[in-house]
Design a protein around this ligand. Structure first.
Ligand SMILES: Nc1ncnc2c1ncn2[C@@H]1O[C@H](COP(=O)(O)OP(=O)(O)O)[C@@H](O)[C@H]1O
Ligand SMILES: [Mg+2]
Length: 252
């Protein structure tokens, strides 16, 4: 049984088809990369997995359970089992680093002593123990994303969804954040879905990849296979193998 399974999922907003019969599976502990251009439907796909939105058609199964069948309490439990990491970090600017990481635990009513121990453990893990009383405005982009990662892990999720987690970071910071995420994946066995528009990000951390174009998955497979033998033009363009309009990246 797959940990996350989308079966023929479509999502329409009025006349826009954001997702068109998408089927994708993620196994426990795996890192799936979803790559696509802006507007391809990547964020919509994540909102299907965390139950923020329901599919117009098709089924989303988490651990074999259809999210459409969940009651309010079960949906809340599902959400607290899923951590989110965002491109622009989405930290609360009026709260300290400690308070930002504590926030998801406060929402589910954890005890103060438990929160303190967990926040300190997480800040240690992401290398920010000395910044616990700092405010987001006092941090670099990479440090902000480390706070975002710690916050995503706060409630011991089994799934973490990353929406362009490194897209606002410079290349060196991107590498250090990707390394941290990969280490956490290996240490914890958390299942990751990693959304990006950069192939290099997929190459560095993901085991499987799905290429999304205009709401459809046009190619999917093991990262090494898709990289060595891309079949779809969109995949090739992400790999720099076909000329982009007005571009000069043709390496053939
Ligand atoms: N809440 C919404 N209402 C209407 N259209 C939406 C909504 N969310 C997304 N869309 C549309 O769905 C398509 C896919 O959007 P999105 O999933 O955000 O793409 P991506 O994250 O790949 O850039 C776009 O055409 C977008 O305008
Ligand atoms: Mg998006």
């Amino acid at each position: 049984m797959s940990f996350i399974q989308l079966q023929n999922v479509s999502k329409r907003y009025a006349e826009v088809t954001a997702l068109d019969r998408v089927s994708v599976e993620v196994q426990t502990g795996e890192m799936l990369g979803i790559i696509g251009h802006s507007g391809a439907g990547k964020s919509t796909l994540l909102r299907m997995i965390n139950g923020l939105e329901q599919p117009t058609e098709g089924d989303v199964l988490i651990k074999g359970k259809n999210i459409t069948d969940l009651n309010k309490l079960e949906l809340r439990q599902l959400r607290s089992n899923i951590g989110m990491i965002f491109q622009h970090f989405n930290l609360l600017s009026s709260r300290t680093v400690f308070q930002n990481v504590a926030f998801p635990m406060q929402i589910v009513g954890k005890k103060k002593s438990e929160i303190k121990a967990r926040v300190e453990e997480l800040l240690e893990r992401v290398g920010l123990s000395d910044k616990k009383n700092a405010y987001p405005s006092q941090l670099s982009g990479g440090q902000k994303q480390r706070v975002g990662i710690a916050r995503a892990l706060a409630n011991h999720p089994e799934i973490v969804l990353c929406d362009e987690a490194t897209s606002a970071l410079d290349p060196a910071t991107t590498d250090s954040i990707l390394q941290l995420i990969q280490e956490i994946n290996r240490e914890t066995g958390i299942t990751f879905v990693f959304i990006t528009h950069e192939m290099s990000v997929v190459e560095k951390v993901c085991s499987q990849v799905a290429v999304l174009e205009a709401g459809r998955i046009v190619e999917t497979g093991k990262v090494e296979d898709v990289f060595s033998n891309p079949r779809h033009d969109v995949t090739k363009s992400f790999l720099g193998l076909t000329p982009k309009k007005g571009g000069n990246r043709n390496v053939s």
